[in-house]
Ligand binder design. Structure first.
Ligand code: AMP
Ligand code: MG
Length: 345
């Protein structure tokens, strides 16, 4: 073989290898795990399955951008968020908000009506009151309770779907979207992943998550562990009571084991019973499985307030929606009639 032949052979070999690599990468999607990042006051993680590395990276960037956007708009504590502005001004006049915030407020309203007020984003003054109580280790006085309760009531939030304005009809009203915004951020992330070419993905914000499409490593479904509420110390992080098989659903969990305060050594939940104005301790953990993470997030909080009996009865009436509740003893497990199909044997 002379030099010319060697060059031709080398070119053919290169083309062949490139072709083979092309076939291989077309057949073998990559999966990327973002690891945990601090976002919305908790930890956020995305796993994406994509045709190649560049697409996977695009997907991760777009999904995290979406999450930052939700945090920028709906954070209760950031003074420059859209929500903070609403809370300062909407009891004086109707305030125009973004499409994102308006969508979340409309869904919050729908879940409030559905849960007969168990879910109520206007509990913010009560949350502040109990937060202060935990910080100072002193329960609120009766006068403080009456004053805070007077500012609560989802029916007093007027949403104008044409103008996208929000108006509070009681003075001093405030909204806290902590029970629903994470779910919305998850749904928005799924949209971003799909738009950027993901074949599948899992978005986890603070233990609330949604999976879609192709799971990594040619598995048929995504496997999700349900945290044992009794075994949550940081040395045993992976203690599950059961595992769920998920294809295209959100799985959200509300539970006292995840966040709580103490007054005189007694646990107070971060979830408030809106009518009594007190911390609600009706279940150790409530898990909802539903198509939308925003809906599932709000329903998990609602069922936490309603308790297992009423809560499960409500979920039974909703299509494509299931619940698994662990009672306050941390052991007794009850579930809706269709939940079994998600539970791995
Ligand atoms: P989650 O972890 O989704 O159950 O949400 C809990 C958060 O929702 C709390 O930290 C509060 O910000 C907010 N919250 C508490 N009680 C309620 C309630 N009754 N309705 C709506 N949101 C609530
Ligand atoms: Mg919730």
């Amino acid at each position: 073989m002379n030099g010319k032949h060697i060059r031709i052979a080398a070119i053919i070999l290169t083309l062949l290898l490139v072709g083979l690599w092309g076939i291989r990468s077309a057949e073998t999607p990559v999966s990327r795990d973002s690891g945990y990042r601090m976002l919305m006051g908790t930890l956020s993680r995305i796993v994406v399955v994509a045709p190649n590395d560049i697409t996977a990276q695009d997907c991760l960037d777009a999904a995290f951008t979406a999450q930052h956007e939700v945090d920028r708009l709906m954070s209760y504590h950031k003074p420059d968020s859209e929500l903070a502005r609403l809370n300062r001004q909407a009891d004086r006049s109707p305030i125009k908000v973004s499409d994102h915030t308006f969508t979340v407020l409309e869904e919050a309203r729908r879940i409030s009506a559905l849960s007969a007020g168990a879910f109520d984003v206007t509990v913010a003054p009560l949350i502040d009151l109990w937060q202060h109580a935990a910080d100072t280790n002193t329960p609120p006085s009766e006068t403080e309770m009456v004053a805070a309760k007077a500012k609560v009531g989802w029916e007093h939030v007027i949403l104008d779907p044409n103008q996208h304005t929000v108006h509070f009809t009681k003075p001093g009203m405030k909204i806290d979207l902590g029970g629903i915004a994470k779910g919305y951020a998850i749904d928005l992330s799924v949209t971003a992943l799909k738009r950027h070419g993901a074949l599948g993905g899992m978005i986890d914000i603070g233990g609330d998550l949604r999976c879609f499409g192709q799971p990594p490593r040619r598995k048929k479904a995504w496997t999700i562990g349900l945290q044992d509420p009794k075994r949550t110390d940081r040395f045993t992080p992976n203690q599950s009571v059961l595992a769920l098989n998920i294809t295209d659903q959100a799985v959200t969990t509300s539970g006292d084991y995840r966040r709580f305060g103490l007054i005189d050594g007694r646990k107070i939940s971060h979830i408030i019973e809106p009518r009594q104005g007190r911390s609600s301790l009706s279940s150790a953990s409530v898990t909802i499985i539903a198509p939308s993470a925003m809906t599932a997030d709000a329903l998990a909080t609602a069922v936490s307030v309603m308790g297992p009996d009423q809560g499960l009865a409500l979920i039974e009436t909703l299509s494509e929606t299931e619940a698994i509740v662990i009672a306050n003893d941390g052991v007794t497990l009850t579930q809706t009639s269709g939940a079994d199909k998600f539970i791995l044997p």
